[in-house]
Design a protein around this ligand. Structure first.
Ligand code: UT7
Length: 329
């Protein structure tokens, strides 16, 4: 069984931080950021809650899809920056949008979130014939978890939200999801402050580094880079092989938007021209779970991705996680 993305919506906060803005608080420059990452600017949520951004995106997606929110059977919110440990972001948004007949839960697969979320939605629709629509939301307020003294990470990330109303269909669809928890320490943020002296006591020692600013995102950029340049092509190949198609059948690849050099290397490995890759990281930065759907929705709005085209959504992220979907839009 395949799916149809009936309608999508995006929301990014108004505030924009350019590369030059970062020179005010870390030793960096526009040239380094552009050439090493491809990023030029990104949106910042400030204290705008992640659930609020997600709700705005959800309202737009529902309006585009032209459906009644009461017909949504499941709300899946993909996020690693929920405003609360509990309740879930999905429950808050479910109430805000009037999805009164929906189950609701959050899904944390970091930057692979949208791929995992769409695939989970498809499985709900496949196994429950009474369910008409699934709503997959992504919302990230990553700036709240940034160490703005760490120039190696703070320049990379941005904030934003998306949503997609999904229904079942008989269109082409195949997925390939995976994880490698042995790389968990390459990219992490603690959810609770833990006193360092307690965290490092042997019985509590989880092996993750402890810093003063413990809930900040900590990354080994080089290790993630190495993982990413293999994860992107293999996530695509895993999904394509299952579907019995090849790279030549794909009209557009929509990869996770972390670093343009990662995308270029993946394109080269796959033997696919960069013209077939949607790149929006120059103006969004890395928005984690929102990165693939922000790029997808922008390409749809611009008329680049059209109905009937075959697309590949390919992601990787903390966990470590990876995932690919090939589908007809
Ligand atoms: O969603 C998944 C998220 N993460 C990723 O996908 C990250 C993957 N990794 C990357 O994208 C890259 O590794 C980074 C962009 C994070 C770093 O690029 P790099 O080419 O691996 O640089 P590097 O870490 O090797 O640093 C090279 C130099 C260092 O200086 P020295 O030691 O050579 O003197 C850094 O201190 O660049 C320096 N540097 C900077 N300089 C100016 C690091 N960050 C900056 C900066 N501005 N913002």
């Amino acid at each position: 069984m395949g799916i149809n993305i009936l309608g999508m919506g995006s929301y990014v906060p108004e505030q924009v931080l350019t590369n030059d803005d970062f020179t005010k608080f870390v030793e960096t420059n526009d040239e380094w950021i552009r050439t090493r990452t491809g990023i030029v600017s990104r949106h910042m949520a400030g204290w705008e809650p992640a659930w609020y951004m997600g709700r705005e995106a959800a309202r737009r997606a529902i309006e585009k899809a032209g459906i009644n929110p009461a017909e949504i059977g499941v709300v899946i919110a993909c996020t690693l920056t929920n405003d609360f440990l509990t309740p879930s972001m999905a429950c808050i948004i479910q109430n805000e949008i009037g999805a009164v007949n929906a189950a609701a839960f959050d899904l944390n697969a970091a930057c692979s979130g949208f791929v995992y979320g769409v695939d989970t939605a498809r499985r709900f629709l496949d196994t429950d014939s009474s369910m008409k629509y699934a709503l997959v939301i992504t919302s990230e307020a990553l700036s709240r978890f940034m160490d703005f003294e760490d120039r190696g990470t703070c320049i990379l990330f941005g904030d934003g939200a998306t949503a997609a109303v999904i229904e079942r269909s008989d269109k082409l669809y195949s997925s390939y999801l995976g994880s490698d928890g042995s790389g968990a320490q390459y990219l992490y943020a603690r959810s609770l402050r833990v006193a360092p002296e307690i965290a490092v006591e042997k019985e509590f020692d989880d092996g993750f580094e402890v810093k003063d600013n413990m809930h900040r995102l900590i990354q080994d950029g080089k290790a993630v880079y190495k993982f990413a340049v293999n994860a992107l092509p293999s996530a695509f190949e895993g999904a394509a092989e299952k579907a019995g198609i090849t790279k030549d059948d794909i009209d557009y690849f929509v990869p996770h938007q972390a670093n343009v050099r990662i995308i270029e290397t993946a394109a080269k490995k796959l033997g696919v021209s960069m013209d077939k890759f949607i790149v929006t990281l120059d103006h969004y930065g890395n928005t984690s779970s929102s990165s693939i759907p922000l790029a997808l929705n922008e390409a749809i709005d611009k008329g680049i991705i059209k109905r009937g085209m075959k697309i590949a959504l390919i992601g990787f992220g903390a966990g470590l996680t990876y995932g690919g979907i090939v589908m007809e839009y």
